[in-house]
Design a protein. Structure first.
Length: 521
């Protein structure tokens, strides 16, 4: 009986094409290379693309860098990068690549200042050539990317800057980096172990920690000093989670510095904290960016999941005359055949007919799909804080709006965002507030929030939707950092674009869903 079972299993394996040969493995975990530079073994894992053994073509390589305390297996176990890459490459969205995951210990991917453990030398001089000798790679910087999370995000940035002739593309995710202020004031016990042993000055505090060796590796020092020719060759795609604490400020400040210094880069902030939930969610855009860079093409842009809004329902747009003003209000499709009351979003800053139609169509789509509760959206003309409050008082007497602040939300776009933000410090309450493409400088944000009571800010759920480019990139980042310092819970997103009128719809779906949830909390 046992013999028959073994025969059946053998037949099934043959029929399914199963091959246990080590030479045909697509995923190899914890291989080893002896490093002469380090005087020890270095482990690494590899994911080969589907079809690697079926043809003789060469492939670009993405080096995946792990975080502090993790190892060469972490991307395999938690990152699921191979799964996503296979799906995306089979659909033709990205080019197939080889993924390599080196063991990095606690090095931050640099040589330590004392020269005891020159990890970066090993990586560049030994490890990359070793990988090129083992697999059919394209041994060229233009076909070599480095992507990492946390400590690995720092590595992704510094390796691209220090060795652009080796690594042509950089994708730092939740980069573990510090501003000078953070670096100088971090708790001594943790600082010595994490930073002092690498960049010098263990046991010291304050400005004494800012050694020349630290400045040689900190992107806050290296990026502003780049020549125009060096900047032109950079390919950087940065991602951070909006729930980060220390890394909220450091990554945002680095983005602002790069923006001011005209350093080309893409910057995204997505939902989440310091976890693989964020890093896995970053993969579609990150791998798309890498693939386009490998092919020498401009970045196509992030994949969008916003629903295609249907045809604009003109019959659902009302014009309300109030206080000598004509105000447009979008109403749900059953508004005219019922006497029920509805929650409302007051939207300031959207005045063009085409833009109102686009935003209303998207809201109508979400309501009809059952994703959000039926609600009104009232488009307010540009006014200051007092003018908006007066108008809202009048509108709530004319439209069937459910009473109570719980069912009242406010949104601001562009220049109107400043007046909307000021509303939150007044007596009129809102369950939620959306600021999208807010045009405010860092100084204006600082001036506004300095007069706020934290308790009033905390009573409203805030959602900030910002572009990564354009005039409002810095002010939104400053607002996010200040709210984080004030311990005010909020959602913060940074998306591709410059905040123009066509940009709004891309982030509106998520914001409307948050607003709907707050109506019924």
């Amino acid at each position: 009986m046992k013999r028959i079972s073994h025969l059946l299993i053998s037949c099934l394996l043959l029929l399914t094409g199963y091959n246990a040969s080590a030479g045909d493995k697509l995923v190899m975990e914890s291989m080893t290379m002896h490093s002469r530079i380090l005087g020890q073994e270095v482990r690494f894992s590899v994911i080969l693309p589907e079809g690697y053994y079926a043809e003789n073509r060469r492939y670009p390589v993405v080096y995946l860098l792990h975080g502090l305390g993790d190892d060469e297996t972490s991307w395999l176990e938690y990152g699921r990068v191979g799964q996503y890459s296979n799906l995306a490459s089979s659909s033709g969205d990205i080019a197939p690549v080889i993924f390599v995951m080196p063991q990095a210990f606690r090095t931050y991917y640099v040589n330590d200042y004392a020269g005891v453990f020159p990890y970066q030398d090993m990586l560049v001089q030994e490890f990359v050539p070793h990988i090129d000798s083992l697999f059919r790679t394209i041994p060229d910087a233009r076909s070599r990317a480095v992507m990492g999370y946390s400590m690995g995000g720092f590595g992704a940035m510094v390796l691209h800057l220090a060795h652009p002739g080796v690594f042509g593309v950089s994708v730092p995710l939740s980069m573990s980096v510090r501003t000078d202020g953070q670096y100088m004031t971090e708790e001594a016990s943790g600082w010595d172990e994490q930073w002092g042993r690498l960049f010098g000055a263990p046991g010291l505090t304050g400005a004494d920690r800012l050694t020349d060796y630290y400045k040689l590796h900190s992107p806050f020092y290296t990026l502003p000093g780049l020549s125009e020719a060096q900047k032109k060759n950079l390919k950087i795609y940065m991602v951070n989670g909006d729930e980060e604490q220390t890394l909220c400020r450091s990554n945002e400040m680095l983005h602002i510095l790069m923006h001011r210094s005209d350093v080309p880069h893409h910057y995204r902030v997505i939902d989440g904290g310091h976890s693989f939930r964020v890093w896995h969610a970053a993969l579609p855009g990150a791998l798309r960016f890498i693939s386009d860079a490998f092919e020498g093409k401009p970045y196509r842009g992030d994949l969008m999941d916003s629903p295609a809004a249907g045809q604009f329902p003109h019959e659902q747009m009302m014009m309300v005359n109030t206080g000598g003003e004509q105000v447009f209000a979008f109403v749900p499709d059953d508004y005219q055949v019922s006497d029920r009351k509805y929650p409302v979003i007051y939207f300031a800053g959207i005045t063009g007919q085409e833009q109102m139609a686009s935003v209303s169509s998207l809201l109508d789509h979400e309501i009809r799909a059952g994703n959000v509760t039926p609600m009104l959206m009232v488009f307010l003309p540009a006014k200051d804080e007092a003018g908006i409050m007066t108008l809202i008082d009048q509108l709530e007497k004319q439209l069937r709006i459910r009473p109570g602040y719980r069912f009242r939300s406010v949104a601001g776009y562009g220049k109107s965002s400043e007046a909307v933000l000021q509303l939150l410090n007044g007596e009129m309450r809102f369950s939620s507030c959306l600021l999208t493409g807010a045009v405010m400088s860092g100084a204006e944000v600082d001036g506004n929030l300095s007069s706020f009571t934290v308790e009033k800010l905390k009573r409203t759920n805030l959602f900030i939707d910002a572009p990564d480019d354009g005039c409002c990139a810095e002010g939104n980042g400053e607002l996010h950092m200040m709210l984080r310092d004030m311990e005010v819970n909020h959602e913060y997103r940074v998306r591709q674009g410059n905040g123009d009128e066509g940009w709004i719809s891309g982030g509106l779906r998520e914001a409307i869903n948050m607003i709907s949830t707050r109506f019924h909390r």
